[in-house]
Design a protein around this ligand. Structure first.
Ligand code: SAH
Length: 338
């Protein structure tokens, strides 16, 4: 079989020629898979059986699907080795945002996050990351306009595969999204952020800050034990200077933990150090986890305090909460059910 999604156009061209097929077949395959979003080779009408019979686009099985009343669709994809990941399509107005996973499970162990509960299972390949785009496109009609790497896994801990997938997503000859509509969200690995700054890709960088000081941050994000907020922000500044893209600071509000007025003031102080937007996210409660969502009033007051201090704030509303669409929870619910 010739697997398509795990190959760069050059590698695909090589594979096509190696099989003795005419070189123009490469463009036809790319056109069907990436531009038309056709995942079933049988539907690639201008290709002979000899070729379609050899092509493999999707490798995963659709293990579960959850449709939320707000239009959010979440898929659980299971790969042949039984590892499963979630991906989500979030429609907002004329935008269709795909939320992709980069690893099965996650090794970061954030105390409030469902994805890290079973630890890291394995990295996804670039093809497996891209496959989520195709699966979402099959599941929901319409063009995907935005991508956020906010599914399971730490994208910068699976750097090569994530970047390979990003290149396919922004390549005008493949998925053709604009780089600025692609957001890489990271727990904050300074060396990897600096490396990303040198890639020549104007993607949006989002940093999961979640606390205004290292002491509190380390209680929530154990992987931050050997990193300081100062180092992360210095790397983020480097990213801004190289790419001229404002950085996003993500802050999940956990009631009674990081939502005090003092925390807001600390966060405002940090945000003042670089060109950034702050995304406030009300916690999506996870079964068996002790953290709680803030009240709507609490969330509003925290946002207002930041605005009053000159911070550019966006409140991100939780979507798909009526199903298991919130962060990492579909996989968890399937794993738990008999
Ligand atoms: N590993 C990356 C990307 C995946 S998580 C990162 O840490 O950024 C995407 C975002 O969702 C992160 O900011 C993460 O902290 C947050 N998150 C995880 N679980 C959550 C929950 N239950 N409710 C709200 N946000 C959550």
């Amino acid at each position: 079989m010739l697997t398509v999604l795990d190959k760069t156009p050059a590698q695909l061209a090589e594979a096509v020629v190696a099989r003795g097929w005419p070189p123009y077949r490469t463009d036809q395959i790319i056109d069907w898979v990436y531009r038309k979003g056709v995942a079933d080779p049988a539907g690639m009408r201008n290709l002979p059986r000899e070729i379609t019979g050899e092509l493999q686009v999707l490798t995963a099985r659709l293990a579960a699907r959850a449709d939320s009343a707000d239009g959010t669709v979440k898929l659980l994809l299971e790969f042949p080795d039984a590892q499963a990941v979630e991906c989500v399509l979030i429609p907002t107005g004329d935008r269709h945002t795909a939320c992709l996973s980069t690893q099965a499970g996650c090794g970061m162990g954030c105390r409030f996050c469902a994805s890290g509960l079973g630890g890291l299972q394995r990295n996804l390949t670039a093809g497996e990351i891209l496959e989520q785009m195709l699966a979402l496109r099959q599941a929901v009609p319409g063009r995907i306009s935005n991508v956020v790497f906010m599914g399971s896994g730490e994208p910068l801990a699976n750097y090569e595969a994530t970047l390979e997938a990003v290149r396919a997503i922004v390549d005008p000859g493949r998925l053709g999204l604009s780089a600025r509509s692609v957001t890489i969200s990271t727990v904050g690995i300074p060396a990897a952020i600096r490396r990303l700054a040198r890639e020549g890709l104007a993607v949006t960088l989002a940093i999961s800050l979640h606390a205004p000081n290292d002491a509190l941050r380390r209680t929530l994000l154990p992987s931050a034990a050997n990193t300081t907020i100062a180092e992360i922000l210095a790397a983020a500044k480097e990213f801004f200077h190289a790419r001229k893209r404002e950085v996003t600071l993500e802050y999940v509000l956990l009631a009674g933990v990081n939502d005090s007025a003092l925390c807001a003031d600390g966060l405002a102080g940090l945000a003042g150090r670089l060109r950034c937007n702050v995304n406030l996210i009300g916690y999506n409660e996870v079964e068996d986890m002790a953290y709680r969502a803030p009240t709507p009033t609490g969330l509003k007051a925290f946002a207002q305090r930041l605005t009053d201090r000159g911070v550019n704030v966006h409140v991100r509303h939780s979507r798909g909460a009526d199903t298991h669409a919130a962060c990492g929870q579909l996989r968890g619910s399937v794993a738990r059910s008999p």
